[in-house]
Design a protein around this ligand. Sequence first.
Ligand SMILES: Nc1ncnc2c1ncn2[C@@H]1O[C@H](COP(=O)(O)OP(=O)(O)O)[C@@H](O)[C@H]1O
Ligand SMILES: [Mg+2]
Length: 376
Amino acid sequence: MSTSAASAPRPRVLVLFGGRSGEHAISCATAGGVLRAIDRERYDVLPIGITPQGRWVRVDDDPDLWRITDGTLPEVAELPERVLLPQEAGAREVRVIEPGLPAADLGTVDVVLPLLHGPYGEDGTLQGMLELADVRYVGAGVLASAVGMDKHFMKVALAAAGLPIGPFATLRGDDWAADRGGIRDRVAALGLPLFVKPARAGSSLGITRVTDPADLPAAIAEAQRHDPKVVIEAGIAGREIECAVLGGRGGARARASLPGEIVVTDAEHTFYDFEAKYLDEEAVSLRCPADLPAEVTARVQDVAVRTFEAIDCEGLARVDVFVTDAGEVIVNEINTMPGFTPYSMYPRMWQESGISYPDLLDELLQLALERPTGLR
Ligand SMILES: Nc1ncnc2c1ncn2[C@@H]1O[C@H](COP(=O)(O)OP(=O)(O)O)[C@@H](O)[C@H]1O
Ligand SMILES: [Mg+2]
């Protein structure tokens, strides 16, 4: 006997957000957009927040609570409870422990939607935990998440795949303290301006554009507030173009959207920094689709899909490139969990390419539900 779609059980989606990284608030904002748009007729939703301290707690399912309003950043509040994921292969039950009470059942989970940016969420750590329990989840697996998070290994992987990247140097741990002169010489070869970045952060946190070599020590110190590992890049003069990639269904190749463009219009921001990204709406204009010759659009899309494939990415990713005056396409980075509010570039690029925000969410959840667990 066949079951009609309406009476079939709805997959239970654990929407996970917040988290320990510097991008906590951005993750909450993304969750707000998702909680509003997810089709409740098709999916049963269990929202779970991770506090800045790393505790998993139940949160309100009200999208309005999870918004950046007037420059105020949302945050998952600390609570005296702990939500526990299934802990062993095959288990499906999510539980909550409150002090002095026996563990309570929160029902089962079919798929996790990890709306987490940065370390402890977008970097493979959470993905590893879900793999251990055989729980399905949206997006990149352990390796792709880790490589996508680490700007050094991202470049190593892309270069090995023959993809175009810019010149860079990597400083680990004590490198800078041990040999300032040697590092200054290496960095001098990169010219000016330089971009000094934490290897594993996001949202432009800890990034400094350096135009005077005398400012290098301060820029390295700033990056090291976020990560002891630092990447120093040659500044690339070009347009900032982004392209959204979506995994293929049923073994098909990944798809690329129409590209978009970031134009920083306010001279106070010399690059696409944190303020320009989230707090200063007037500072940037997001142009979608980007006004590019068809031939350049095609090359951006090709580079985006090959970048996705170079790190064995799954589900979704936003690939950010520079397009130079000469029409050269240089990859800046791949984001395995890009900003995902309805106003974010990733959904907007799909919107322009014919996939609405709710449909995109549905597509991502279906991709995750059809994907086998274990080694793939
Ligand atoms: N090598 C570079 N040349 C020119 N601009 C850069 C370079 N690297 C970064 N930027 C600028 O800094 C922004 C943030 O850098 P990015 O590497 O994308 O960090 P994040 O992972 O935090 O988004 C970019 O969007 C761009 O505006
Ligand atoms: Mg970026």
